[in-house]
Design a protein around this ligand. Structure first.
Ligand code: PLP
Length: 660
């Protein structure tokens, strides 16, 4: 296992003092306890400093002298006026670039008040007097600060508890794996999973490990550290994924009948959240890229129009980035929503790493969003289902949130999930920038390599954007790589199978003519090479392109007649999609659906509860059910072999309040 390396950059534009400070600090680091491998190096100009921070993934802190900095190392006698940057501006640039870095200022005693005043609003972690030359003291403080950031309070406590090896007179039933260990039937599972999986699977009966329902100890500390790292006022760990996180927020912000603006293309948890909260949804149609069957963001024009039109809405939820990596220009949208008193929730399920590299920022919170939900497990080093809810809402009602959070959270949360969130935060803070820089480099390389096959082609932003959103300031997260595969001579299903069976490669998702690959901080160069090799070999087969069958376009959303929750809770009745002669059942049209009907992929609802079914929709469902392609159709009920839709009975409709 490699040891940590922590570089601290000293920025001081006078060579002699710079040399003396760096020497003094390195001597202190050598002579004192140094578990994090701290070393100091110096630069003399602002430009060098910024370049070093950009290139140096191991830099954990900077020590900035409070002077003005020359921007470049100009020749002393060049006669040109040397541009200068104030310490204040330099600190701003550093923290904008890498907010996770600790920033300390070296000041002269006589200037103390001015400097502290000027830097008051900046993210400065502390000050040292230059004249004191207390290098051991400075080192000790910086070392302590970096150690603090690297702490994982929950995980540390969990490990301590496991090593205490207490006798368990409490749940879970496997009791540290004792029930499996040595069993002739299930010991293999124990061996396969490893003993710590069982040792660390504990319960709320252990007070030392705090409570996810009412955190006051190590979970509270871990959440506070996550809030600081992710730039939130408050952070909550969710052990049921972002699926639950979204529902918790809805139930906090929306009373039954209150309006929510939402992208129709959002995740199904959002639609479920509408049912649970009883919200009145106003659906916004997302732009569709017909050429590739990709549903994109909602056009800015639509968003701004609907925000204007529904000032009574309580909240707006958007997905950014989308599954395909499209990121909204969020700031103006958030501003428009806030101007109408509408809270903004951003589903960042696919974007939990964004805070840790300038390439991906601003994050939703940085753009002003009130809430962000992140599937930490999808893109950082957390276990599946481990997500975070970040809150920046100035009107946050914690007691309500807590009630809803607890309503959705198991009273027996999986502790290794909480530990993994603690670890994911630590890793993102300590080496996120470095790992993401590597991921970006690999993504660029992979994109080039795929294009070099001459058969497969990576879709760039211009290819991905539907026309309606071309001027909306949308950007692409390049770690999501969508590839046009229409020239390779395989159908998408066959290509996926070939990649899986022959080359051991499992991709993220597909449309009828594209596949999407997801690079994360866990992507290695070897994986990139293997993928490139596989695509190159397939290209060399020189198969004639196949005719690819485009998935039918999802019909536009029709009128919502009743609140989704009202419709959902009606008993309803089942109507078959086909009649006796296997034609589309004409009785389905003009009835109101009681369930959400969602073809998967792409996971966008064709019908939501309370929506009127039209002949076009019945036709669409029938076509999907008839097609050979294996599209799951969530919400369709099978009575024997008969696929059916649950619809409201006329009597039930008469008892409900119409909304449209
Ligand atoms: C946009 C979006 N939001 C939320 C979720 C749900 O996240 P989780 O799997 O963490 O429950 C997903 C999952 O795919 C998603 O794509």
């Amino acid at each position: 296992m490699s040891k940590p390396l922590s570089r601290i950059l000293v920025i001081e534009d006078e060579p002699l003092p710079l040399r003396e400070i760096v020497k003094g600090l390195n001597a202190a680091a050598r002579s004192l306890d140094n578990p994090l491998g701290i070393t100091f190096s110096g630069v003399a100009t602002a430009r060098e400093a910024l370049a070093a921070i950009e290139a140096g993934g191991d830099i954990q802190a900077v020590l900035v002298d409070d002077k003005l900095y020359s921007l470049a190392e100009g020749k002393k006698n060049s006669g040109r006026k040397r541009l200068q940057m104030s310490a204040l501006e330099l600190v701003r640039r550093i923290t904008r670039f890498r907010p996770e870095l600790d920033v300390y200022i070296l000041i002269a005693q006589e200037k103390e008040d001015d400097v502290v005043d000027a830097l008051f609003t900046e993210a400065v972690d502390g000050y040292f007097y230059r004249e004191e030359r207390d290098y051991r003291g400075i080192y000790r403080i910086l070392n302590a600060q970096i150690q603090e950031k690297a702490r994982t309070p929950f995980t540390d406590q969990l490990k301590t508890y496991v090593w205490m090896a207490k006798d368990q007179w409490h749940t879970p039933g496997h009791s540290s794996g004792e029930s499996l260990r040595g069993s002739p039937w299930v010991n293999d599972f124990y061996e396969f999973m490893g003993d710590h999986v069982f040792d660390a699977d504990l319960s709320v009966s252990v007070p030392m490990l705090d409570s996810l329902m009412e955190p006051r100890g190590v979970i509270a500390q871990a959440q506070q550290m996550a809030a600081k790292a992710f730039g939130a006022r408050r952070t909550f760990f969710a052990t049921n994924g972002t699926s639950t996180a979204n529902k918790v927020i809805f139930q906090t912000l929306l009373a039954p009948g209150e309006k929510l603006l939402l992208d129709r293309n959002c995740h199904k948890s959002v639609h479920h959240g509408v049912v649970l909260s009883g919200a009145h949804p106003v659906y916004l149609d997302s732009a569709l890229n017909r050429k590739y069957g990709l549903y994109g963001p909602v056009p800015k024009k639509t968003l701004l129009r609907e925000i204007q039109k529904h000032p009574d809405a309580q909240a707006l939820i958007l997905t950014s980035c989308t599954y395909d990596g499209l990121r909204y220009d969020l700031a103006p949208i958030v501003e428009a929503a806030h101007a109408r008193g509408i809270k903004v929730i951003v589903d960042e399920a696919w974007y939990g790493f964004a805070r840790f590299h300038p390439e991906f920022r601003p994050t939703a919170l940085e753009a002003g969003a009130d809430y962000a939900t992140q599937s930490t497990h999808k893109v950082l080093s957390a276990f599946s289902q481990a997500s975070m809810i970040h809150v920046n809402d100035p009107d946050f009602r914690e007691h309500l949130f807590r009630e809803n959070f607890n309503m959705h959270t198991s009273t027996s949360p999986q502790y290794s999930l909480i530990a993994s969130l603690d670890i994911a935060r630590k890793q993102a803070t300590m080496e996120g920038y470095k790992l993401l820089s590597r991921t970006i480099a690999l993504a660029k390389e992979l994109r080039q390599q795929i294009n070099s096959t001459g058969v497969f082609r990576v879709l760039e932003l211009a290819d991905l954007l539907p026309d309606e959103v071309r001027r909306d300031g949308i950007r692409l997260d390049i770690t999501k790589v969508t590839v046009d595969v229409s020239g390779c001579g395989y159908t998408v299903d066959d290509l996926q199978k070939e990649l899986f069976d022959r080359y051991n490669i499992q991709i993220e998702k597909s449309t009828f003519n594209t596949i999407t690959l997801l690079l994360t901080i866990g992507t290695t160069r070897s994986k990139v090479s293997r993928l490139y090799d596989a695509l190159m070999r397939i290209s060399r087969e020189k198969r004639a392109p196949r005719r690819l069958v485009r998935a039918p376009e999802i019909p536009a959303l029709t009128r919502l007649r009743y609140l989704p929750r009202d419709a959902y809770y009606c008993g309803g009745e089942l109507l078959p999609v086909f009649d006796d002669k296997e034609r589309v059942n004409r009785k389905l049209a003009h009835r109101v659906c009681a369930d959400g009907i969602v073809p998967y992929p792409p996971g966008i609802p064709v019908l939501v509860p309370g929506q009127l079914i039209t002949p076009k929709i019945s036709e669409y469902l029938a076509n999907l059910l008839r097609s050979q392609k294996r599209t799951e159709l969530h919400g369709i009920v099978h009575e024997g072999y008969q696929p059916c839709v649950r619809v409201l009975k006329p009597k039930e409709e008469r008892g409900l309040k119409r909304i449209g």
